[in-house]
Design a protein around this ligand. Structure first.
Ligand SMILES: C[S@@+](CC[C@H](N)C(=O)[O-])C[C@H]1O[C@@H](n2cnc3c(N)ncnc32)[C@H](O)[C@@H]1O
Length: 210
């Protein structure tokens, strides 16, 4: 029997129901949803089951995660999930032709700031007018942490890699705005996380992908 390559991320089990409640509200009814930094693949298979009229395209920069996503896809027989793509947000243009929405959980703080900017660049380039980019994770607000747990998490991230760290919402929104991604809404989530919904404006913004 082949090796089971499915990874299990405990936080993903805990946060998927509250995230799904937001996605049900903000995603288009149908079309292609591109997931950036899918990780284990647990999110995408559970969201795909709950929202079957959407075609899901998972991706990740880590080949072991791509293998895990595909193992979850196979074990759940998730027909509306495409095979996972190896996609590093910083390697542009992305190997994706179409996205009607983009979802990215827990990546921008566990990567250099340049990865957050690359996520915004890629989304601005790929999404059509009004299409959403949904970012989930911990954020600072007004330059300050919103909870002691986030402050400790931020310190642990920076100890692992000084380029990592919990991002400031205002800075993310300013960079998004500069790329034609306007702030739609911010939803407060359990465990001091946020879901931030941005939408591609109708006016052309800066585009970095060809
Ligand atoms: C903490 S995990 C989050 C996984 C999943 N989204 C979740 O919430 O369970 C962070 C993920 O970001 C991915 N990642 C880090 N840097 C990346 C980059 N430059 N481009 C794409 N994915 C990246 C990692 O491989 C990892 O799967």
């Amino acid at each position: 029997m082949s090796e089971d390559r499915r990874l299990h991320f405990p936080a993903t089990e805990r946060n998927r129901a509250p995230i799904l409640a937001v996605l049900e509200r903000v995603l288009p009814r149908e079309g292609v949803v591109l997931e950036i930094a899918s990780g284990s693949g647990q999110h995408v298979v559970s969201f795909a089951r709950a929202l079957p009229s959407i075609s899901w395209q998972p991706t990740d920069a880590d080949p072991a995660h791509v293998a895990s996503i595909d193992a979850w896809r196979a074990s759940e027989a998730a027909e509306n999930v495409a095979p996972a793509l190896l996609l590093d947000v910083e390697a542009q243009p992305w190997p994706v032709r179409r996205a009607d929405a983009i979802f990215c959980a827990n990546m921008i703080h566990i990567a250099p700031w340049s990865a957050c900017l690359a996520l915004l660049d890629g989304a601005a380039s790929l999404l059509g007018p009004d299409a959403p980019l949904v970012i989930y994770g911990p954020f600072r607000e007004g330059g300050a942490h919103t909870a002691a747990s986030n402050e400790g998490f931020d310190a642990s991230l920076r100890a692992r890699d000084p380029r990592w760290g919990v991002r400031d919402l205002d800075e993310v929104l300013a960079e998004a705005r500069a790329r034609g991604l306007v702030h739609d809404s911010t939803v407060r989530m359990p465990a001091n996380n946020l879901t931030v919904v941005l939408r591609r404006s109708r006016a052309p913004g800066r585009r970095s992908m060809g």
